[in-house]
Design a protein around this ligand. Structure first.
Ligand SMILES: [Zn+2]
Length: 402
């Protein structure tokens, strides 16, 4: 399996000019190639081939005064730009043909774009020095924080500068089959809810950690401060950088939390089951922001690739399963319940059920996993409740899409 490993890179003050040149070169060649194709398209001519573009926009352009500086960066950088544009076009056309989700036509890269990147392939002769530095052609040896070991030798590295001004080295590596974990028995169903980040079918409820909540609070504060600054003022620019930094912190903290939780769940269980989020379906509801903030889809995709990597089963349950309407104890479906009803009594068997845990148990059951069903029950239903009590609330609220 191919995975991406990213590490923070710290270029010294003197080492920042060369990456800036490489970013600029990648951007200019990309834009030149895009322009050449757009002109050909508007004139009804066949699209120029990548080989021709490479000759005219790189080899020949280097000889002109206006583009002589292309020679100052590694030859691989502009070549990769042409290849990136090829990929962007292929994805765009595949989207039109319905082979993949539709996406916009390739657009020009702007100098003010917040994220800048250059890629070095194997033939760029980049390397990791014995001292643990990242050696890049025509850039030099960069200091890297290796937060975890690479499972194998990477073939390519992408150097990225993000909106907060931080540099990263992102490697694509092949992970080996030796990572399959020994078999274990439990399976777990996961309900991704609004009250808690995740609720497990064994009754555990997982909240997002304090360091993430603190980072989110700081981001909100920075965003409020930015909105008060006058447009075009130098204070606004400072505030904007502050927001970008706070945002980067939240993104990092969230990814870290997702990694820890997904690894733990995959290690502990032989099988995991989640409800299909169909985030797109939620996009128009008031839950959309929560879905986006919690980053559930990123978390679910981590579960999915880690399951594949460590030899575990991953199940995605379709949205048609009414996980919050069915009693996980007796299987009776007694209708939708308003979101504010957290605990309800099954009208058929009298079990007192926690809404979230009940849903998680149903997710596990729908995937065919053996779970201890007692998890869902708050207390055993000794006395069957009258039917009228089941899932009702003094002031019922309209139920939202789930
Ligand atoms: Zn029941």
């Amino acid at each position: 399996m191919q995975l991406r490993y990213s590490f923070r890179v710290y270029p010294s003050a003197g080492q920042r000019t060369a990456p800036a040149q490489a970013f600029g070169c990648a951007r200019v060649v990309y834009n030149d190639a895009l322009r050449a194709r757009e002109i050909a398209r508007s004139e009804g001519l066949p699209l120029p081939k990548t080989g021709d573009l490479s000759r005219t926009l790189i080899t020949e352009a280097k000889q002109t005064p206006g583009r002589a500086w292309l020679g100052a960066v590694s030859a691989v950088v502009p070549q990769q730009s042409l290849r990136d544009l090829d990929t962007a076009y292929r994805n765009f056309f595949d989207g039109l043909k319905g082979k993949r989700p539709r996406m916009g036509a390739p657009r020009y890269k702007l100098r003010k774009d917040t994220r800048q990147a250059v890629r070095f392939t194997a033939n760029a002769r980049w390397s990791i020095t014995t001292g643990g530095k990242l050696r890049l052609p025509k850039i030099g040896d960069l200091k890297v924080t290796w937060s975890r070991p690479l499972p194998s030798t990477p073939s390519t590295v992408t150097v990225v500068k993000d909106s907060a001004g931080r540099y990263f080295a992102s490697f694509v590596v092949e992970t080996g089959p030796e990572e399959i974990l020994p078999q274990t028995t439990p399976g777990v169903g996961i309900d991704l809810g609004l009250g808690h980040f995740a609720v497990l079918s064994d009754g555990r409820k997982v909240d997002s950690p304090r360091f993430l909540r603190r980072a989110e609070k700081r981001l909100k504060k920075a965003q409020r401060a930015l909105s008060r600054k006058e447009k075009g003022s130098s204070n606004r620019n400072k505030a904007r950088l502050k927001v970008a930094r706070a945002h980067a912190k939240v993104t990092d903290a969230r990814r870290e939390f997702h990694h820890r939780l997904s690894t733990k769940l995959i290690r502990e269980n032989q099988a995991v089951a989640v409800e299909d989020l169909a985030v797109k379906g939620l996009a128009r509801t008031r839950l959309a922001k929560s879905v986006h903030d919690a980053g559930w889809s990123a978390f679910v995709s981590m579960l999915e690739y880690k399951a594949a990597r460590y030899g575990r089963a991953f199940h995605r349950i379709g949205r048609f399963e009414p996980t919050s309407q069915v009693c996980s104890q007796c299987g009776v479906k007694d209708g939708p319940k308003p979101l504010n009803v957290r605990v309800w009594t099954c009208g058929a068997c009298g079990a007192v059920l926690d809404r979230d845990i009940n849903a998680a148990v149903n997710v596990a059951k729908a995937a065919g996993l053996a779970v201890s069903a007692c998890g869902a029950q708050v207390r055993p239903g000794l006395l069957p409740a009258p039917r009228s009590e089941a899932g009702t609330h003094p002031t019922p609220q309209p139920s939202t899409a789930r």
